[in-house]
Write a protein that binds this ligand. Structure first.
Ligand SMILES: Nc1ncnc2c1ncn2[C@@H]1O[C@H](COP(=O)(O)OP(=O)(O)OP(=O)(O)O)[C@@H](O)[C@H]1O
Length: 481
């Protein structure tokens, strides 16, 4: 951060490191733009674009980047192309067009010329026109408004999934490392406590890799019953075993073909399957259960765990050969309590997210933030997100009762006085029971220092059930957005 008296380097020469950084990250800069944008060559081939453009056309960014504008017009993705007109006329061309998903846009195409005045590139930007107001019939207006809401949702989805808060030095370095690693095809193991951000980082690696337009398949090895893991991973042929789907089923390895396979909780993979996984990673061939044919696949593997895999190899619970095959690039995500700068930045991010969703004017007081910084966060970022959401919902801010709620959350001191109101518990019995269940689970996790197995024992449930519940809490919140 700049302080008074600091000398700000002036932007006189376009040779500095930051300029190079900006140039190198042009793809990302494009992708952050909330409006459609693309660059084509003189033949109409799309060279650069962003996810928003792809969304208005109902296609993936990768598909778009392999397309030609003339073909897109011929196939009805656009009603017309100003980019092609700009090549012909050699001047800026503007006008309205409609995309396949019925988005009306004001499009501006600007040609970029070489020294001899030949068009070499065309930059096209679009602004979605608010046509809802011009519609007369209520049905038409409703349809368009619905499309707009869908578009807003997709747009925020595209932008939000990419947002990794990295304010602490440790996380910044980690993201730099991740960015470099994303460009390679090496196997990565993400180590970190539950809720510390392994999956969001795996998605980041995928989105910044050459596989970005292909599938990202996430599999939690702890949530499959042992007898199902093999058929889920490898798939099976028709009638391979009793109870199998009559049509057969494609496995998750195959589903990840050309993309990224994310194996979460890899330490929970049954020992018998570890050697099978190793074989796949050595040959990149899989054979469905009940089949005699090996299928050649191409995917990148990212694994994650909160356990010490190396120690497990010494204990004999994890195959050493698989460990060495997986552990090509280990990335360790520090627990949230070790990066207080992120606690604060994440709190603000989540507060903003939830304010958009729930709308109340709410602020985090310095006391709240201080108590956040001091807290142990056994459930890491996921738990912080939950706490901020509860705070926003209960609307308890800048008075003494808010501190009580936080104390309740953080130190397990339950005040009997008007507990339900202060804790923001209301609604149907089912809703209150669910909220209490979630809170209790996090309290026990806290008492167990974040150790899932121990917490599950204490709660009297299987660890797989506990995982499922934690994921379900998150899913429900996402669905409620
Ligand atoms: N640095 C971060 N910036 C923004 N959001 C984050 C960050 N880290 C984690 N989150 C959010 O916190 C929640 C938990 O993260 P995630 O699912 O990636 O954790 P995990 O380590 O994979 O958890 P588990 O071990 O339980 O599978 C998600 O909602 C995720 O989006």
């Amino acid at each position: 951060m700049l302080r008074e008296g600091d000398v700000v380097p002036r932007n006189t020469k376009k040779t500095g490191r930051n300029y190079q950084l900006a140039k190198q990250n042009l793809d990302q800069i494009f992708d952050k733009l909330p409006d459609p944008i693309f660059v084509t060559d003189q033949y109409g081939n799309v060279l650069l674009s962003n996810s928003t453009t792809a969304l208005t056309l109902d296609m993936s960014l990768d598909q778009l980047l392999k397309s030609n504008i003339r073909d897109l017009v011929n196939k009805g993705y656009y009603t017309k192309s100003y980019a092609l007109e700009a090549v012909e006329k050699k001047c800026v061309v503007k006008g309205e067009l409609t995309t396949r998903l019925n988005f009306k846009q004001m499009s501006t195409s600007t040609p970029i010329m070489d020294d001899e005045g030949n068009v070499i590139l065309v930059l096209t930007t679009g602004r979605t026109i608010d046509i809802a107001d011009k519609c007369t019939s209520p049905e038409e207006r409703e349809l368009i408004n619905r499309r707009k809401r869908e578009m807003e949702y997709l747009r925020s989805y595209v932008l939000d999934t990419d947002t990794i808060v990295a304010e602490s030095k440790a996380m910044r370095q980690l993201l730099l490392q991740a960015h470099a690693v994303a460009q390679t095809d090496s196997t990565v193991v993400l180590y970190g406590e539950t809720g510390s951000g392994k999956e969001i980082l795996a998605k980041y690696l995928h989105r910044h890799s050459k596989r970005a337009g292909e599938p990202f398949i996430a599999v939690n090895c702890a949530t499959f019953p042992e007898h199902l893991v093999e058929s889920e991973l490898f798939g099976y042929e028709k009638g391979a075993f009793t109870g199998a789907n009559a049509e057969g089923k494609i496995g998750l390895f195959e589903a990840a073909h050309r993309g990224t396979l994310f194996l979460d909780e890899i330490a929970e993979l049954p020992f018998s399957l570890q050697s099978k996984l190793l074989r796949v990673l050595e040959t990149y061939e899989v054979r469905r259960l009940g089949s005699h044919v090996d299928r050649k696949l191409d995917f990148r593997l990212i694994a994650a765990t909160h356990k010490d895999l190396q120690k497990m190899t010494q204990d004999g619970t994890f195959r050493a050969d698989l460990y060495y095959r997986l552990n090509v690039i280990p990335i360790h995500i520090p627990p949230l309590r070790d990066r207080p700068e992120d606690i604060v930045a994440l709190s603000f991010k989540f507060l903003e997210d939830f304010k958009k969703k729930y709308g109340p004017e709410i602020q985090l007081t310095p006391d709240t933030l201080e108590s956040f910084r001091k807290y142990h966060w056994p459930g890491n970022v996921r738990e912080l997100r939950n706490v901020v959401e509860r705070l926003v919902i209960s609307g308890l801010q800048s008075d003494s009762s808010e501190q009580l709620v936080l104390d309740t959350q953080i130190d397990g001191i339950v005040s009997q006085y008007d507990y339900f109101r202060l804790a923001g518990l209301n609604g149907t019995l089912k809703q209150v029971m669910r909220a209490l269940e979630e809170r209790y689970i996090y309290q026990v996790l806290n008492e167990c220092g974040g150790r899932i197995g121990e917490a599950a024992d204490k709660l009297g449930i299987y660890r797989t059930v506990l995982y499922r519940k934690l994921k379900a809490f998150e899913r429900e919140r996402n669905a409620a957005k």
